[in-house]
Design a binder for this molecule. Structure first.
Ligand code: UDP
Ligand code: MN
Length: 262
C-alpha cells in the first residue's frame, strides 16, 4: 500500500530538541513519499531551529503549536505526574481530522527510535530489497487500530500485545494500572477513517492513561486490534530517552569560536 501515514510528533523547546528532531527527521526522510509529518510544539511559538530543520528535510509537514486547554494545566489531581505532550497530540489530531481524507495516524514522540520498516512496506530505494527482505506490511495496513511491540519500555524491556492465532488475547506490559489497553504511545496506529468516525475522541490529560483513554474513546475492543510486525514478533520501535545534559545549542557555539572560552 502507499497510504499516507500522518506522523504526529509532540515536541517542546529544550537543549535536546534539535538533536532529537534531526535524528527523527532523518529517519522519516527514508519513508518520505508515504509520510506527512505533523509537528506540534508545546510552546507559545514555533522554535526557529525546528522550522529550519523541517524546511531542510524536504518532508511534507505542518508545524503547529499546541493549544493547551485550561484543564491541562498542572493541578493536584495529577498526583505530581504531569501528562507530557497531550495538548500537542490533541492539536495534531484536530489538524488531521480537518485536513486529511484518508491514511493513518501514528504518534511518534521526538526521542524514540524508529525502524523505517514500521512506516511502510514499500522499500524507499531499490537496493533495500537485495539481501534483506523488506518486512511485511506495517502501519500503512492499519484498518481501524493496529498494534505492535515497543522495545525498552519498563524494566520488562518490551511492551507488546500477546497474539494467538492472529488475535490479540492479552498484553505484556510492566505496568497494567487497571488499563483496558496497556499499550505504549508508540505501539499503535489509527486509521483516519476511524478518527473521523469518532470526531470527539481525544487523549485525556491523565498521566499513564493517555493511550488507554484515547483507545476507549475510539470505541474499539480488544478483538478489533490488528496485530502488525509479523503478529507482534518484531520490535520496530523503541522507547529510548535522551539524557538531559549539555545546555548548548549549535547556534550558540558560534559565540565561542575564535575566542578562548572553551
Ligand atoms: N513533551 C511535550 N511537552 C513537555 C514534555 C514533553 O510536548 O512538557 C513531548 C516530548 O517532546 C515527547 C513526548 O511529549 O515527544 C513525551 O515526553 P517525554 O519523552 O519527555 O516522556 P517519556 O517518553 O519520558 O515518558
Ligand atoms: Mn520519550
Amino acid at each position: 500500500g502507499t497510504r499516507t501515514v500522518y506522523v504526529i510528533t509532540a515536541t517542546y523547546p529544550r537543549p535536546e530538541q534539535e538533536a532529537d528532531l534531526v535524528r527523527l527527521s532523518q529517519t522519516l526522510m527514508h519513508a518520505a513519499p508515504f509520510l506527512f509529518w505533523v509537528v506540534v510544539e508545546d510552546a507559545p511559538q514555533r522554535t526557529p531551529v525546528v522550522t529550519e530543520l523541517l524546511e531542510r528535510s524536504g518532508l511534507r509537514y505542518v508545524h503547529l503549536v499546541a493549544e493547551v486547554p485550561e484543564l491541562a494545566l498542572p493541578r493536584p489531581r495529577f498526583w505530581g505526574r504531569v501528562p507530557r505532550g497531550v495538548a500537542s497530540r490533541n492539536t495534531g489530531l484536530s489538524w488531521v481530522r480537518s485536513h486529511a481524507t484518508a491514511g493513518v495516524v501514528y504518534f511518534a514522540d521526538d526521542d524514540n527510535s524508529y525502524d523505517i520498516r514500521i512506516f511502510t512496506e514499500v522499500a524507499p530505494s531499490p537496493q533495500s530489497s537485495l539481501s534483506i527482505p523488506w518486512c511485511s506490511p506495517q502501519i500503512q495496513k492499519t484498518r481501524g487500530v493496529s498494534v505492535f511491540p515497543v522495545g525498552l519500555v519498563t524494566e520488562l524491556g518490551v511492551s507488546s500485545p500477546v497474539v494467538v492465532g492472529g488475535q490479540v488475547t492479552d498484553f505484556y506490559d510492566g505496568w497494567h494500572g487497571g488499563r483496558r489497553f496497556p499499550i505504549d504511545m508508540a505501539g499503535f496506529a489509527v486509521s483516519v477513517t476511524l478518527l473521523k468516525q469518532r470526531p470527539n475522541a481525544t487523549m485525556p490529560y491523565r498521566a499513564g492513561y493517555e493511550e488507554d483513554g484515547f483507545l476507549k474513546e475510539l470505541g474499539v475492543t480488544r478483538e478489533d486490534l490488528q496485530p502488525l510486525a509479523d503478529e507482534c514478533s518484531q520490535i520496530l520501535v523503541w522507547h529510548t530517552r535522551t539524557e538531559k545534559v549539555a545546555p548548548i545549542r549549535s547556534a550558540d557555539l558560534n559565540k565561542f569560536q575564535g575566542s578562548n572560552i572553551v
